[in-house]
Design a protein. Structure first.
Length: 277
């Protein structure tokens, strides 16, 4: 049975992968068993467990926190990923590294596909994740970089959890940004895609794993309350009223369509499954 190591196995995506991936011997790695910022620890763990594939989820993903703790962001996202890539290559494992839509600056008026060239984004989180992608390409030729966006899942925190928390009956209305459009994506949708991708070891390079369809944060919030049958007024506002560190680009799934390996679900269907399960 193929062995799959998962870094960041206690994170939002990591926990979903540990729960949902079937047909493999899973090796959940945590900061206690494999601190990715310590190269010797990563190498020791990989040599000990000898995984066939490493799914690298461990990262510092809190965008605002990355701005205030820049050293930690670079240490975890860039240097940590370098350690993982080197160790995976050392033992001959394939590396599937989770990345982000933030590596693009969001300036294009169309969704970005996998052949578009990122510019490293507009903030420290984006810069550090773009550096991580480059480290993977440099140090582990047998790799797949999987970019996700607007991620939510059972093990939060996420935009979905925030909206449900705020709709506690104490606020007559919520103002939500309506001029940023992206691809809301559940961790289960990503897990289902990776389940299929793991059956195709020939797939290398870069792939976008986001749900089909697009929505603004306002659309996203309204759909959450509609599905949960929560009577909560939502008012659209502009990004100027709630400035964020970077624009959020939209991602196209050109490689998945070219390969015919997996069809991502529509975001509304994925959200409904998540909220009603």
């Amino acid at each position: 049975m193929k062995k799959i190591a998962i870094t960041g196995s206690m994170g939002m995506l990591g926990q979903t992968l540990v729960k949902n991936l079937k047909g493999f011997e899973l090796i959940p790695l945590t900061i206690e068993t494999c601190d990715i910022t310590r190269g010797c620890e990563v190498e020791k763990a990989f040599v000990q467990f000898r995984p066939d594939v490493v799914i690298h989820c461990a990262a510092m993903t809190a965008v605002d926190l990355c701005e205030s703790k820049q050293f930690d962001a670079w240490k975890i996202n860039a240097f940590g990923t370098t350690n993982v890539a080197r160790a995976a290559n050392l033992i001959g494992a394939k590396l599937i590294s989770i990345s982000t839509d933030y590596v693009f600056d969001g300036a294009l008026d169309r969704p970005y596909h996998e052949y578009d060239q990122p510019n490293g984004g507009l903030n420290i989180y984006a810069n550090s994740k773009w550096a991580a992608e480059q480290a993977v390409r440099s140090h582990c030729p047998n790799h797949l970089i999987a970019r996700v966006s607007w991620l939510y899942g059972s093990h939060g925190p996420s935009f979905v959890h925030t909206m449900l928390r705020l709709a506690d009956g104490t606020r007559p209305c919520l103002k939500v940004v309506n001029d940023q459009v992206g691809n809301p994506t559940s961790t289960k949708a990503v897990s289902d895609a990776l389940q299929q991708i793991l059956m195709h070891p020939e797939l290398v390079g870069t792939v976008h794993l986001t749900c089909e369809g697009e929505a603004s944060w306002y659309d996203f919030a309204r759909k959450i309350f509609e599905i949960k049958k929560i009577n909560q007024d939502v008012i659209p506002c502009t990004s100027d009223e709630y400035p964020t560190p970077a624009k959020r680009p939209r991602l196209d799934k050109l490689v998945l369509r070219e390969c015919g390996i997996h069809q991502m679900p529509y975001w509304e269907d994925s959200l409904r499954e998540f909220l009603l399960s």
